[in-house]
Ligand binder design. Structure first.
Ligand code: HAM
Length: 493
């Protein structure tokens, strides 16, 4: 038996799998009814046959520890580009997410969520977007191609198609979820980040984009960011579309052209021209395109495009609504904003820091034709994504990070080992009344308890002593004033 397995392993397996199974074979001194776990045989066979195969899965099982390896010294850091959230970081994260959620609710949006793991097909699109090359994708044990979501919009589109006519439009949905992109790490860009999204499904008018920007402005104001710190660059993909239609660029090519243009500040202009040339656009068109992209005022744009097109009309309406919503000073027209995702069709916008030190803070736009790319009926839609990383960098720069300590209302402590149970009863009574309680679970000197109370910012110390407890009472010390009193447990609020 052992010899036969050895032969399979040495003659038929790929070099990456061989050491794993050889290890396995050599450490086993097989008992009489020994058999190789099925998952390993499947893995070996399918790997040797070049993948594919049945429902048992072609994934190689993780390597086994050898008999001598009782423990394994692990790297205590999380994988590159990912984060742990110890309590101090979790407090900041919760603070930020609470603002995201409260603003969304203030605007009447409902919260939704989707799985972090989706089918890979959901993220495969025609044009050469960066996001596709950054996809964390793999085959699961059932031979299905899956991916960790790099953004939330495709999942939202999937859910809207799935719900079909059972939901009444417009939908106003928000989500806060983790996204994965195999990014080159820079300040504010990570391999794992959280995104706050707000999307409106079913409103074709610019009023939708105008309200979305208003919600982001509301968020900024709440956390102390002003219009002199941050602005929004706004344009419309229709600007380029109107221009390129004149030069015979088909709608099919349009998404690809936008993605090349989005790289303008990232790669040399000659490269951009070369890439645009590969799409079949004439040199004339490229020159005119690059000229339009440098336009920073709507009047100048109107001179170039003429006033009749939808692009100008949409942008004018957006600026007029910005005035009504009260955020005019936050937004500016900038034709160079096209966004790096292929699916946008109309207004696009990006939040930027005015000092120009950081990457985009947030971004969004209209994507009226995304649903049909998944086989659904198109519904007008727009939304934005707002990451959790750049904003924290900005808050640090501005010295606006909140000081968030742990907060517990009461520390309850037994003064005697035998009163541990009584202290538990006191803690339960307080928690039943909605009070937060840190119960001291071991017998500790009072000095220790006071130190802990200071560390967790406790408001009160509730001490359970023998004499008071016999009378159904406890001692309470209000830590801010030093006031101390005795109170019956039933009267303790
Ligand atoms: P996006 O521009 O790719 O758009 O991402 C939106 C925001 O997510 C960025 O502005 C940034 O704040 C954050 N972000 C993206 N990648 C990273 C990263 N690697 N590390 C840290 N933060 C990051 C979208 O994802 C669209 N789906 C947004 C949208 C929603 N459009 C319509 N609805």
């Amino acid at each position: 038996m052992r010899g036969a397995i050895h032969m399979i392993v040495t003659t038929r397996l790929s070099s990456s799998l061989r050491p794993i199974l050889l290890d396995f074979v050599s450490i086993c001194s097989p008992p009489r009814n020994f058999s190789i776990p099925r998952r390993l045989i499947c893995a070996a066979a399918t790997k040797a046959n070049g993948g594919g195969g049945g429902r048992s899965g072609s994934i190689v099982a993780p390597p086994l520890l050898t008999q001598d390896e009782d423990f394994q010294k692990i790297d205590v850091n999380p994988p590159k580009g990912t984060r742990d959230f110890p309590p101090e970081d979790m407090r900041l994260r919760n603070w930020l997410f609470n603002h995201f959620k409260e603003v969304s609710r203030l605007f009447g949006y409902e919260e939704v969520d989707f799985p972090v793991l989706e089918t890979e097909a959901l993220f495969l699109r025609k044009a050469g977007e960066e996001i596709r090359d950054q996809l964390y994708c793999f085959e699961d044990r059932g031979n299905r191609r899956v991916a960790l979501r790099p953004e939330l919009t495709p999942s939202l589109a999937r859910l809207v198609i799935q719900k079909g006519k059972s939901v009444s439009l417009p939908l106003k949905w928000f989500a806060v979820g983790q996204c994965w992109r195999y990014e080159r790490m820079t300040r504010g860009r990570r391999r794992e980040h959280y995104q706050w999204n707000m999307d409106i499904i079913g409103v074709p008018q610019v009023t939708a984009e105008a309200e979305l920007i208003s919600s982001i402005v509301t968020f900024f104001k709440r956390i102390g960011i002003t219009a002199s710190d941050v602005g929004f660059k706004v344009s419309s993909r229709k600007v380029l579309q109107e221009l390129l239609t004149k030069y015979g660029v088909t709608e099919d090519m349009f998404g690809r052209v936008c993605i090349i243009i989005d790289k303008i500040e990232k790669i040399p202009i000659d490269e951009i021209k070369k890439e645009l040339g590969f799409t079949g656009i004439s040199e004339d068109a490229i020159e005119q395109l690059l000229q339009v992209l440098s336009v920073k005022s709507l009047d100048d744009l109107e001179d170039i495009l003429g006033g009749a097109g939808e692009a100008i009309a949409d942008l004018k309406q957006l600026f007029s609504l910005a005035e009504k919503f009260g955020y005019s000073e936050w937004i500016q027209f900038d034709a160079s904003v096209v966004r790096g995702l292929a699916y946008y069709t109309g207004i696009v916008f990006e939040g930027f820091d005015r000092k120009g030190k950081l990457r985009a803070i947030c971004g969004g736009g209209r994507y009226d034709r995304l649903l049909s790319t998944y086989g659904g009926d198109d519904i007008p839609a727009c939304g934005f994504g707002f990451g959790d990383a750049v904003i924290v960098e900005l808050l640090k720069e501005k010295d606006l990070l909140p000081e968030l300590g742990q907060e517990v209302e009461n520390i309850v402590c037994a003064l005697d080992k035998d009163l541990q149970g009584a202290a538990a009863t006191v803690a339960t009574a307080l928690r039943d009344k909605g009070q937060t309680v840190d119960l001291v679970l071991e017998s500790k000197p009072l000095k220790w308890v006071f130190k802990r109370a200071a560390r967790v910012n406790a408001r009160r110390l509730v001490l359970v002593g023998k004499t008071e407890w016999e009378d159904g009472s406890v001692s309470v010390k209000v830590l801010s004033s030093g006031e101390q009193f005795q109170v019956k447990l039933s009267d303790l609020e």
